[in-house]
Design a protein. Structure first.
Length: 350
């Protein structure tokens, strides 16, 4: 008899420091061409992002202010990773605490942790397991450097575990500290890309218990000739994000193929689309001929948090869990490759 895996609940957490406006001011000052500065202002206003949160230390103001993390010289990757090693487990633990307020976390058998914005060893998974006093026998999986669709990979792995071990209780955590990777740049496109990203963490419990959202058969595809459209390059001064302006068009073209998705768009009453940016959400809306409010949950997460890489999709699913159970849902995320990953889901009726 086949076992169905369910996302029983999701907890989320963001840091205390809202850095969005400060970073807008900093980025605009990097543009020497007044025409580009004017275009930047227009694009920042149209970003549909109001807040982005950062773990970076608050000294006298934001990280780009005098005395801030980015003030005098550009921090090395080692300096950025030192903060990651301290702050990522803290933020992940906050998300788990938020989850524990919704559902019991007794008897966790597996921990799946996704993060693409830092490296440390022992890993955040080990640090978190010790902090939560999980049994030493808990099986751990670290999903690293997959980017914005890593939440799908983590939840997909949890689904496989539950389907092979019906009594498994899988803790899935996504934690991303994107603001550790601001780069010295004076070009419009990378500045706009950097101004999308914020920090956040989310934790989910996945079991066979029939509550929350039932996870259907996952799907995955790589878009042809798209490898250079989304890229993170590791350097001496953090991870440099390359996000091409061609990404929304490539996503829209791919979604025009009816075979791309496992369910017909017209049957979906709940969309959990990774909030990678306004233009990406618009591309999905237009390509699938959706109503403007179809992606309201994704747009609300974008407005309140920006793009938190892998954690973003979990924030969207958390909003869906707080609402009425969907009849047919679809989760969809995009990332380096250019790849698209997702899964259908259905709500469990109370």
């Amino acid at each position: 008899m086949s076992v169905t895996a369910h996302i029983n609940a999701i907890g989320t957490a963001v840091p205390d420091q809202d850095i969005h406006q400060a970073f807008i001011g900093w980025a605009r000052a990097q543009l020497r061409d007044p025409r580009q500065a004017k275009l930047f202002d227009r694009m920042a206003q149209r970003s549909c992002i109001t807040h982005r949160w950062s773990v970076l230390p608050q000294v006298t103001g934001s990280p780009v202010d005098p005395e801030g993390f980015y003030a005098d010289s550009w921090p090395t990757t080692a300096q950025r990773m030192a903060i990651y090693g301290r702050a990522a487990p803290d933020l992940a633990a906050q998300a788990v605490d938020a989850l524990a307020a919704k559902v019991s976390l007794d008897g966790i058998t597996h921990l799946v942790l996704a993060s693409c914005t830092g490296f440390t060893a022992p890993g955040v998974d080990q640090i978190l397991a010790q902090r939560l006093d999980l049994s030493p026998s808990v099986e751990r999986l670290l999903v690293g450097y997959m980017g914005c669709y890593a939440a799908v990979a983590a939840l997909r792995s949890a689904r496989h575990i539950v389907r092979s071990q019906a009594d498994a209780r899988v803790l899935v955590v996504c934690v991303e500290l994107s603001t550790l990777h601001l780069q010295a740049d004076s070009e419009l496109e990378p500045l706009l890309a950097m101004l999308q990203f914020g920090d956040g963490a989310a934790a989910a419990l996945v079991t066979s218990d029939p509550s929350g959202l039932a996870i259907g058969q996952p799907f995955s595809t790589n878009l042809p000739a798209s490898g250079d459209l989304i890229r993170w390059d590791l350097g001496d001064h953090g991870f440099a994000m390359h996000l091409s302006g061609e990404v929304p068009g490539a996503i829209g073209a791919a979604l025009a193929d009816p075979a791309m998705l496992p369910v017909a768009p017209e049957t979906v009453d709940s969309w959990a689309v990774h909030a990678g940016g306004r233009s990406i959400l618009d591309a999905v809306t237009h390509a699938l001929h959706l109503s403007h409010d179809a992606l309201d949950d994704s747009r609300a997460v974008l407005d309140a948090n920006g793009n938190m890489s892998s954690a973003t999709l979990m924030f969207v699913l958390a909003r869906i869990l707080d609402g009425p159970p969907p009849t047919q849902g679809l989760a969809l995320a995009f990332g380096p490759g250019l790849a698209a990953e997702g899964f259908p889901f259905t709500g469990v009726q109370p």
